[in-house]
Ligand binder design. Structure first.
Ligand SMILES: C[S@@+](CC[C@H](N)C(=O)[O-])C[C@H]1O[C@@H](n2cnc3c(N)ncnc32)[C@H](O)[C@@H]1O
Length: 222
C-alpha cells in the first residue's frame, strides 16, 4: 500500500506515534495490512469502528455496554489516545483497541473488507470557512473505504452540530447505492434514545446548540 516516498514517511510517523501499550493499542504497520480483526481477535464476533474518537467518552461507554464486542477507535492526536488508554485501564475494559491514525493520510487498505458491524463519526471538525472545507475528512473517497470495510447490514452513524456538514454527508450517503437511511429519505434525528454522549455532544448541548444525527444501514447490494 505504500506507493511513494511521502507515504513511506507518513507511515513511519504513524508507526512511531503508535508506540502505545501493546495491550490496548494497535500497531500501525502498513506491511502487515490489511488487518483481519476476525483473525486477530476471534473472541469478539462483532466489531465496531469510531473515527475521530477524541477523549474517548463515547467509545468507553459503548464498550462497557457490550463487553463481548470489539471497539476500534481511530484518532489523529496521540495525546488524546494516551489519555483514552489510561481511562480504559482504570475502567478495567478489555474490548477497545486504539490507533493513532489520520484518516486523511491513510485509511484505504488498513482493514479487511467487511470487518465492521457499525461505524461512528461523532462531531468531526466542521471547518466552517469555505477555504478550509477541504480539510473535512468525510468525503466520497472516505465513504468508499467505509463501504468496503463494512459488513452487510452495518450501521453508519454520523453526528454533528454543524448543519452544512450534515447536509453534505446526507447527500453523499443518499446518493450512494450501498447505503439506506434507516428512517426514510432525508430524515435527520435530533436525538437517539439511550445513545452515549461524547464530550462534544455534551458541550454543544450545554451551549444550547441543536445536534443532528444520521443513521444509515449498508444494504446487501454492498
Ligand atoms: C471536534 S472533535 C470530536 C471528538 C469526539 N468525537 C467527540 O464527539 O467528543 C474531532 C476529533 O476528530 C479528530 N480528527 C480530526 N481529523 C481527523 C483525521 N483526519 N483522522 C482522525 N481523527 C481526526 C480530532 O483530533 C478530534 O479529536
Amino acid at each position: 500500500m505504500i506507493t511513494s516516498p511521502l507515504r513511506e514517511k507518513l507511515a513511519q510517523i504513524l508507526q512511531r506515534k503508535n508506540a502505545l501499550t501493546p495491550r490496548y493499542g494497535m500497531e500501525f504497520n502498513p506491511h502487515e495490512m490489511p488487518y483481519d480483526l476476525s483473525r486477530m481477535y476471534p473472541q469478539y464476533p462483532k466489531r465496531h469502528l469510531e473515527i475521530g474518537s477524541g477523549w474517548g467518552e463515547f467509545t468507553l461507554q459503548r464498550a462497557a455496554q457490550a463487553p463481548t464486542e470489539l471497539f476500534i477507535a481511530l484518532e489523529k492526536k496521540r495525546k488524546r489516545v494516551l489519555r483514552c488508554v489510561k481511562r480504559q485501564q482504570q475502567q478495567g475494559l478489555e474490548n477497545i483497541r486504539w490507533m493513532v491514525l489520520d484518516v486523511s493520510w491513510f485509511f484505504q487498505g488498513v482493514f479487511t473488507p467487511g470487518t465492521f458491524h457499525s461505524i461512528t463519526i461523532n462531531f468531526p471538525d466542521p471547518w466552517p470557512k469555505l477555504r478550509h472545507q477541504k480539510h473535512r475528512f468525510m468525503s466520497q473517497e472516505l465513504l468508499n473505504t467505509l463501504t468496503e470495510i463494512s459488513h452487510c447490514g452495518a450501521l453508519l452513524e454520523f453526528a454533528t452540530d454543524f448543519y452544512p456538514y450534515l447536509e453534505e454527508v446526507l447527500l453523499l450517503l443518499e446518493h450512494n447505492r450501498f447505503w439506506r437511511n434507516v428512517h426514510g429519505p432525508g430524515v435527520i434525528l435530533p436525538e437517539i434514545a439511550g445513545r452515549p454522549r461524547s464530550y462534544f455532544e455534551e458541550l454543544k448541548r450545554s451551549e444550547g446548540a441543536p445536534v443532528y444525527f444520521l443513521q444509515f444501514v449498508k444494504d446487501s447490494a454492498g
